[in-house]
Design a protein around this ligand. Structure first.
Ligand code: KG4
Ligand code: ZN
Length: 339
């Protein structure tokens, strides 16, 4: 079965073709991505209306490219999957509308996919694919969650952020430091030149005894430190790098310790990290070191599939269909769920 997947929830247009063959691991035949980062950069963040318009321009050329690279045609597509939510309503409607139009023209069914399930399952496309069960750390721009995952569609929420997401903490702190959008990668690059112990920043809920997170206070602490530097006339490349490194260290420490606590609480030995913040090298290094010491395994998606992409949407649909956890429909009701 060939699943064409379309992702358009935010600022990346992604299309991919995934093939599932009986019980075998799904194979990624081809994927293509267009990032809108350059377009939104002038505005310091994603402009929803511009995002929708650009998805419309990009999605069909990307689909053509994917089919060409996979040496397939539209006639080979059995199911068209799309991101149903969460995300920007207008942006989601583009992917859903195109998916339903294509599927209706082909007489094939569609399947709407939860964006986060796409992230969650994306490590199954890596060479080092995990096995169920595992604990998942889902860290994106909109979500921070720890989940117990027994199988496809069998998820138990163990803890989540009570305010800002980890990616949001990266982005908002980066903005305070005058770094561009998207802030996470920019802050991480600057942090490489700084001292992570230069500033004492809070680690909220670190010892709360549960698996919830809170990152909203961090940006205030970063702002306070930055203002102190300004007042003292000490804002320079090095002090900004030190503050970036200290910010990253605070976020990473909380993510690592809570992930380890979730593994301990569940007795599971495997951690799967996904979502954009999963691309952060400090997080990967510290998780790997901690895991090695404790005889645990950590799995990540391929770096290119950490942030939003069509491959994870085609994959999640394929895995759900394979597991009998969803049925593709012919109703072409492109209902989206922004929240
Ligand atoms: O998963 P994603 O692409 O989109 C959402 O579903 O939200 O995640 C985007 C988030 C942004 O907050 C971005 O700043 C963050 O992931 N991010 C990073 C890195 N790469 C992306 N944060 C820290 N370090 C990175 N290397
Ligand atoms: Zn995402």
């Amino acid at each position: 079965m060939n699943v064409l997947g379309i992702e358009s929830s935010c600022d990346e247009t992604g299309v991919a073709l995934v093939t599932i063959d009986g019980g075998a691991v799904p194979a990624l035949r081809a994927h293509a991505l267009h990032s809108q980062v350059a377009m939104h950069q002038d505005y310091g963040g994603v402009v929803p209306e511009l995002a929708s318009r650009d998805h419309i321009r990009r999605v069909l050329p990307l689909a053509r490219q994917v089919l060409h690279e996979a040496q397939a045609t539209l006639a080979d597509v059995d199911v068209v999957a799309f991101t149903r939510g969460p995300g920007l309503a207008g942006a989601l409607l583009v992917g859903a509308g195109v998916a339903c139009a294509l599927a209706a023209a082909l007489g094939k069914p569609t399947l709407g996919v939860h964006h986060l399930e796409g992230h969650l399952l994306s490590p199954f496309l890596s060479a080092d694919a995990p096995e169920f069960p595992f604990v998942a750390l889902l860290v994106s721009g909109g979500h921070t969650q720890l989940m117990r995952v027994e199988g496809v569609g069998d998820y138990e929420l163990l803890g989540e952020t009570i305010d800002d997401a980890a990616g949001e903490a990266f982005d908002k702190s980066a903005k305070l430091l005058g770094l561009g959008y998207p802030g996470g990668p920019a802050l991480s690059r600057l942090a490489a030149f700084g001292n992570p112990e230069a500033f004492a920043l809070p680690r909220p809920l670190l010892h709360s005894g549960n698996l919830d997170f809170s990152f909203a206070g961090l940006k205030t602490a970063v702002l306070t430190q930055h203002r102190k530097l300004e007042a003292a006339g000490n804002v320079c490349e090095q002090s900004r790098a030190d503050l970036a490194a200290s910010t990253q260290a605070a976020i990473v420490e909380v993510l690592v310790k809570k992930s380890l606590a979730a593994l301990k609480a569940t007795g599971l030995k495997r951690l799967v990290v996904s979502g954009g913040v999963g691309a952060n090298s400090a997080l990967r290094e510290q998780l790997n070191t901690a895991a090695q010491r404790r005889g645990l395994r950590v799995h990540y998606p391929e770096l290119a599939l950490c942030t939003d992409n069509g491959a994870m949407i085609a994959l999640a649909a394929a895995m759900r269909l394979q597991a009998g956890r969803a049925e593709a429909a012919h109703d072409y009701a492109f209902d989206v769920k922004p929240r």
